[in-house]
Design a protein around this ligand. Structure first.
Ligand code: ZN
Ligand code: ZN
Length: 253
């Protein structure tokens, strides 16, 4: 049994709520940024899965998919979600204009520039993937694995955030703060294999959901940032699955 499936849903709700409370105290205004991103960059599509898919058996009503946005819009959301406010402007200029950057996220520059060069193809692939992380089929992720082999990654940490943002309902990111916990809990090291880590955690999440009869919506509802910050809108389909998984392991500052 893995870490996630060894917990009770209430324990997970508490861990995630603590993560949200800490995020709400930080200067990043993360919860507002996250809420804006769901509204502007993602659409809820009806579930295309067959009746034998896990998600379908458990009452899935739809999956989040990235909208037809520009690279500049993607980049604006990237810095809002993942980068500390003082470094945001510099990172954007480094990516778009090649200006030098000495701050911590400098390792994000190359992967983001490469993404910009391949934007329409990559966005097309991401939009072609209509599954969610709870689906049985891991095929689309395996198909993507060639992009994710470590040899081709400049920085698994910053590149993982890109992939998560592209596949917001299927891939969770990681950070130095969550990396230790992910490894301690016995999941694959995402620095070595980002896809395997995701596959293992989502498999475990299905196990948890099965044991407690949560269903897809119940899993999404493990995260409810609007209970921490009441002005936030409740997204129509609940929280994207990457948000739920990320907050089980990541807690700011
Ligand atoms: Zn579904
Ligand atoms: Zn499915």
């Amino acid at each position: 049994m893995g870490y996630v499936s060894s917990l009770l849903p209430d324990e997970i709700r508490r861990v995630i709520s603590d993560s949200n409370k800490r995020a709400n105290e930080g200067r990043q205004e993360y919860l507002r940024g996250e809420s804006r991103a769901i509204g502007s960059d993602y659409e809820l599509i009806s579930c295309p899965c067959r009746d034998d898919c896990w998600c379908r058996r458990d009452g899935c009503s739809g999956h989040y998919r990235i909208r037809e946005i520009t690279f500049d819009e993607f980049l604006a959301t990237y810095v809002t979600l993942w980068i500390d406010p003082p470094a945001r402007k510099n990172l954007k200029e480094a990516v778009l204009r090649g200006t030098p950057i000495n701050q911590r996220p400098r390792n994000a520059v190359k992967p983001l520039q490469r993404l910009s060069e391949n934007w329409s193809t990559t966005l097309g692939k991401a939009r072609g993937h209509d599954r969610c992380g709870l689906c049985d089929s891991t095929e689309p992720l395996i198909g993507m694995a060639s992009h994710l082999r470590k040899a081709q990654m400049w920085s698994p940490l910053y590149e993982g955030k890109i992939w998560s943002q592209l596949y917001y309902d299927s891939l969770a990111p990681f950070d130095m703060r969550s990396l230790a916990k992910i490894k301690r809990c016995g999941y694959a090291d995402p620095m070595k294999d980002f896809c395997v880590m995701n596959r293992e955690i989502f498999r475990d999440l299905r196990r948890l959901a099965g044991t407690h009869g949560l269903g897809v919506l119940g899993v999404r509802q493990l995260d409810s940032p609007w209970t921490v910050l009441s002005q936030l809108l409740v997204p129509a389909g609940g929280q994207p699955l990457s948000r739920v998984v990320d907050k089980m392991f990541y807690s700011p500052g």
